[in-house]
Design a protein around this ligand. Sequence first.
Ligand code: ASP
Length: 336
Amino acid sequence: MIKRILIVHSGGTIGMRPGKNGYAPDPGFRLALENMGALKAEGMPLWDMVETESLLDSSNMTVSDWNEIGIIIAESYESYDGFVVLHGTDTMAYTASALSFMLEGLAKPVILTGSQIPLCELRSDGRDNLITSMLIAGAGKLKEVAIYFAGELLRGNRSMKYSADGLIAFSSPNYPVLAEAGISINYNEKMMLSPVPEAFRLQTFKEVPIGVIKVFPGIQFELFESIMTESLKGIVVETFGAGNIPAGESSALLPIIKKAFDNGTVLIVCSQCPQGTVSLGAYETSSALKTAGAVSGRDITTEAAVAKLYYLFSKYEDKELVKEGMEKNLRGEITV
Ligand code: ASP
């Protein structure tokens, strides 16, 4: 049976054209897709395209833009076999992570893609990214949110933008690729998520006040104390190595973390190393975090930790339920 795919165009370089002030959305983009021979070729799924209200450089995306994409997918969920979201590369890993949580009970492919060079330019990488994403979405093997870029299909909530100017712009350092597109497309089906026996449902996100702190040698934690108020719901702390922080006698961090925890803020510990896992308690410099009530993010990316905090705080009022959820593997985002 011929598959039907909905292309959701949200902005990004792929649909831009150079203008007086740099790249800007190309008004002729829809026509360019309609005229693209490959998208009408035999073997290509049937497709329709919708655009989000504003086509954004993804650096400008907010929680409400994630919700808008989620709502488009949810409203068309029954009418299509899969979704290809055209998106800017800068925050694609955040949106992919957000959608992976937001689309509860997902049993269809949702593939985010884009390009480093606009589709209208000669050397664009957008052509293969779009065509292969469409073929993978139409193949019906994937049933989760993924990013397809430069020959690789990656789990969305395991991905990070890795290169600002290379065509291989994404990597997934803690999880194997879900498919590799060389001469043929080889699927790594064993590593794909199986849909849960649960009806599809959209959980939109609230604009929850959260923060990210990256520790560095000489960090003056006192400067962060003023933001650690009761209104801050969650903080992702990007630590050294396996979860280590400068935590000597003179460090102001622990009392601040303790205060944040007592205020009801959920603290998630991630690593600044793209590969490997946080292991709280492996060193003295990390056991203190554990004692102060922080949750180990294990091998989660900062992008997924941020999205997961938004998700859980949108779903639950109770901080204990949020903490519990952060420790669980919900969509293949952590290795437990
Ligand atoms: N700044 C652009 C964006 O993220 C970059 C890109 O699309 O590659 O929207």
